[in-house]
Design a protein around this ligand. Sequence first.
Ligand code: NZQ
Ligand code: ZN
Length: 387
Amino acid sequence: MNAFTYSYPVKQYFGENAAANYLPAELEKAGRVVMLAYGGGSVKKTGIYDQMISILKAAGKEIVEFSGIMSNPTYRKVQEGAALAKEKKVDFILAVGGGSVSDCCKIVATQARYEQDIWEMEYTDHKIPTEHIPMGVVVTASGTGSEQNNGAVITHEEKKLKAALWGAYADFAILDPAYTLTVPMKQVISGAFDTLSHAMETYFGRPGEVTVSDEISEAVMRNVIRNIREVITDPESLQARSELMWSSAMAENGILKLGKVTDFQGHMIEHQVGAYTDCNHGQGLAVIHPALYRFIYQSDVKKFARFAEEVWKVESAGKTEEETALAGIQALADFIREIGLPTAFAEMGIELDEETRKKIAESTVVTGGCCRKLTAADIEKILEECR
Ligand code: NZQ
Ligand code: ZN
């Protein structure tokens, strides 16, 4: 295992009625002006908005609404939120939504404390901001685990980049699985697949040797696979929703990553596909993963064979290590098809011509944690496989 330091700032309130039970006490610690941030309006349909307003009012807060945060939040939206937070002298941000709302708010919280453009600060000056407006997240759709960390994925439309920015950690996360009962099934599945992807991308990072982090990862992966099947069979199952919500948090709270350099090459490719197409994150990952793994598995056959046996229960007797590894990747591909996720970009209504594939490949970050260091030409080949 590599050396590591682990410290964790996000307090977790997990379970039914967590907002009613714990948000008031958390708000007591917050300043007077609270920005209530949310997405395109699902919170109003589900009643979560009304609940938040009544908790905020009971706490005596002045409420500043910041709404319309879109899926794959844009840098422009971040700047709009930061300007509003500055203008209204916001003391605390309450982000209510899925990964997009949480991501947007983490950077709003940070940008509002700086005059300098955050993108420039991080990507030109290579400085990580340290100041931010305190914030908390109420998760309404799980999968990304965004509420667990200080990374945010933001689409810079002018630069044609969907990239990570480092912003605020939430002081707390409210995780009420019952809030996710209204999430459309397509989003439940793509969100849960995102969790599986996070665990896989950490598992296949360096070092390849199996560590305690990897063994916890295997448990999380098996849990996600089982509960995706369960939630499809029984969409009202609060048990399955609970499991998926906590697995999502587990995959991004740092535990699986301890002692490892993560891979996340699939994510880097998907993010750039997203920069060009605004596609759904989990669906994009579903298309990319099998093609990526068929491309790289020979660089760590042993780990891919273990993945096959431990996660997919592939029978290795009578197979070479390579055959077992390939059977595991096939099991992943079969699962993607079984749960109704796309297996090609065409199924997502996306057509990437040769020139666009080249642009995506050339602008994709190549990660140091992947068992095979890809070139832009390699990524182009993978994208061709995904058509
Ligand atoms: O916008 P509204 O109307 O609220 O509707 C949302 C949205 O359409 C809806 N929704 C959320 N809660 C609901 C609900 N509908 C009914 N009932 C509820 N309770 O769900 C839709 C999707 O929401 P969104 O937040 O966009 O999805 P997700 O949580 O998958 O987040 C995706 C974003 O997170 C980034 C992705 O790249 C993408 O931009 N990621 C962030 C990560 C991080 N910070 O750690 C890690 C991930 O790898 C990922 O890249
Ligand atoms: Zn993801």
